[in-house]
Write a protein that binds this ligand. Structure first.
Ligand SMILES: Nc1ncnc2c1ncn2[C@@H]1O[C@H](COP(=O)(O)OP(=O)(O)OP(=O)(O)O)[C@@H](O)[C@H]1O
Length: 255
C-alpha cells in the first residue's frame, strides 16, 4: 500500500508537536522513523493511523484520503503497535491475538477456520505458538510486546506501523522481528532508536522538533554532520569482515 502525507501536523493546546510533514512511502517499503526523544515519532505514527483529533493536513492510502474511510475500513488497512500498548488483563495470549481479526468480522460473527489459521500463523511468526493459553498478567514485557505484534499481524494490514517494536525484546527476538518485518509483503513504518537497526531499512526519515528534517537512504541520511547536529553523537563506521556490512560505533559529543 502506497502512503502519502501532505502537510501533516498536530498541536497539543498551543504547542506544536508535529509540523508540516509531507512524505511519500512506496508500496512494500520498510521505512524507519528516527529522531531524539520527544521529536514527534509516536505522534506522527498516530496521525498516520488517523487516531488523533484535530489533525492538520492529509493522509492518503493508495490515493484515497483517510478522512473518507470509516474506522473499520482503516482497521482493515492499517495496524499500529504502540509503545505502551495495553490489553484486557483477563485475556489469554490467543484471545488477545484473535482481537486482530475484529475488523474482518461482522457483529457477533464468530471466528472461522480461516481466521483461526491466520491467528496461528501470527502467533508462530513471533514465536508465541507454545504460549497460547498463558494469561496476560503472567507474561514478561518481551512476551507482551510479541503478542501485540502478533495481534497486528493477525489484522492482515497493508500498512503496519510499529513504535519501537524491539523495545523489551532480547537480542534473538529483536533480530527475528526485524527479519520478519523485512520479509513482510506490506508497507512498514517503524520508529527506532537503534541506529544500527535503522541502517537495515529501505529509507529513513529523521524527526527533530516535530519536523521531518531529512529523508533518504540510510547511508545518505546518517551522515557525521546529521549525527552530530540531531543526535549529538559522533560515530565511527566499522566494517563487519563476515559480510562487509557497515556498523556504527557511537560516542557522546557532550559531557
Ligand atoms: N497528548 C499530548 N499532549 C501534550 N503533549 C504531548 C502529547 N503527546 C505527545 N506530546 C509531547 O509531544 C512531544 C513528542 O512526543 P512523541 O511521543 O511523539 O515523541 P517521540 O519522538 O515518539 O519520543 P520518544 O523517542 O521519547 O518515544 C513530547 O514532548 C511529548 O511530551
Amino acid at each position: 500500500m502506497r502512503l502519502s502525507t501532505t502537510a501533516l501536523g498536530w498541536k497539543a493546546g498551543p504547542r506544536r508537536i508535529v509540523e508540516d510533514v509531507t512524505l511519500e512511502i512506496a508500496s512494500g517499503e520498510t521505512f524507519g522513523l528516527i529522531g531524539p526523544n520527544g521529536s514527534g515519532k509516536s505522534t506522527l505514527l498516530r496521525l498516520i493511523a488517523g487516531l488523533l483529533p484535530r489533525a492538520e493536513g492529509e493522509v492518503r492510502l493508495d490515493g484515497t484520503s483517510l478522512s473518507r474511510l470509516s474506522r473499520r475500513q482503516i482497521a482493515r488497512r492499517i495496524a499500529l503497535v504502540e509503545q505502551q500498548a495495553d490489553t484486557d488483563e483477563s485475556l489469554s495470549v490467543r484471545a488477545a491475538v484473535e482481537l486482530g481479526r475484529t475488523p474482518w468480522l461482522s457483529a457477533l460473527q464468530p471466528l472461522g477456520a480461516a481466521d483461526a489459521q491466520i491467528v496461528d500463523q501470527a502467533l508462530a511468526a513471533v514465536g508465541m505458538a507454545q504460549m497460547t493459553g498463558a494469561h496476560w498478567p503472567t507474561l514478561s514485557g518481551g512476551e507482551r510486546q510479541r503478542v501485540h505484534i502478533a495481534r497486528a499481524l493477525a489484522q492482515r494490514p497493508r500498512l503496519l506501523l510499529l513504535d519501537e517494536p524491539t523495545n523489551h525484546l532480547d537480542i534473538h527476538h529483536q533480530l527475528a522481528l526485524l527479519r520478519l518485518v523485512d520479509r513482510l509483503p506490506v508497507t512498514v513504518i517503524l520508529a527506532l532508536h537503534d541506529l544500527n537497526q535503522a541502517m537495515g531499512c529501505d529509507r529513513l526519515g529523521v524527526m527533530a522538533d516535530g519536523r521531518l528534517i531529512a529523508c533518504g537512504r540510510p547511508r545518505d541520511v546518517l551522515t557525521p554532520a546529521r549525527l552530530a547536529q540531531t543526535f549529538r553523537v559522533g560515530a565511527t563506521a566499522l566494517t563487519d569482515p563476515a559480510d562487509h556490512a557497515t556498523l556504527l560505533r557511537f560516542r557522546c559529543l557532550e559531557e
